[in-house]
Design a protein around this ligand. Sequence first.
Ligand code: XIL
Length: 333
Amino acid sequence: PDKGLKGYYRKYFPIGVAVNTAALSGPEAELIVKEFNSVTPENDMKMGPIHPQENEYNWKNADAIVAFAQQHHIKIRGHNLLWHAQAPAWMFKDSTGKQVSKEVLLKRLKDHITAVVTHFKGKIYAWDVVNEAIDDKPDLYLRNTLWYQICGEDFIAKAFEYAHEADPDAQLFYNDYNSEVPSKRDKICKLIRSLKDAGVPVTGIGLQGHWKLNEPSVGQITEAIDKYAALGLKLQITELDITVRTAPSYKTANQTPPDSTYTESMAAQQAERYKAVFEIFRKYKKVITGVTFWNVSDKHSWLDYRGGGIAGGAAASQATSRKVTKAYPLLFD
Ligand code: XIL
């Protein structure tokens, strides 16, 4: 049990990895068992995949991941209960195709969260409850999603309350990317402060960690951790990957020739970068309670399908077969 990455990090925090059912057998399964002691389903617990129709839940893949993890004594993070991407269209519409009211949407949200959290109760120790609700533009606060358009700000607090009711023992996280960018960081702090003031059960903040070789800077990461920790919350790095190149966005990627080089110099810079960020994580072991990589190997990184861009979640599914450019963001090839 004390071998592999998880062994080296035993005294710090669990080392996690995003998984799909395809990784539960073969060489990736061996790596998961050897190196990691936490898993996050990459897609299978999201609202669209797990709740495709109002009266239909699809537990199969999520249950398979949970069974694998339990068999190998691996902790499980649930991801996620509410997001604007990979949300099923039926959620926001009535039978005539008209947009539902706030009351109806909150009732559906409650049903969804109650069903999913209850299904995995006692098996999942932490949930990403609300994912990416804050806008990237400095002058905008919350992202203008259907959740926001229909419910206003309320859906965020409600999601945490429903999750807590369904499993009072689960840790509950707000999860976002670019959380080290000062303008977005301050908005996350504002949101969390308002939730805490209202007595909403939030355990911590997930920093996704879709990073580049030089961005965000060590100073920005450290400052963000300090600010979040000052709110009295736990932090987890939930989706770590470090792309070796800034690639075109998925919108222009099909006009750009695929770039698949992974030079010695890129590899060396990436190693230094991983070393630097893990030095920070170790230094903050009192507040950082988990670090999860966003996949086992470069063979299946989500960044490849969309040119290394990190803007929005729906694009990947439109581009699954498009060979764009390789990001080589993970530990294994
Ligand atoms: C990504 C998955 O990796 C892809 O397979 C999927 O097509 C789109 O979603 N932020 C998140 C994750 O919180 O759920 C996203 O995962 C990556 C960005």
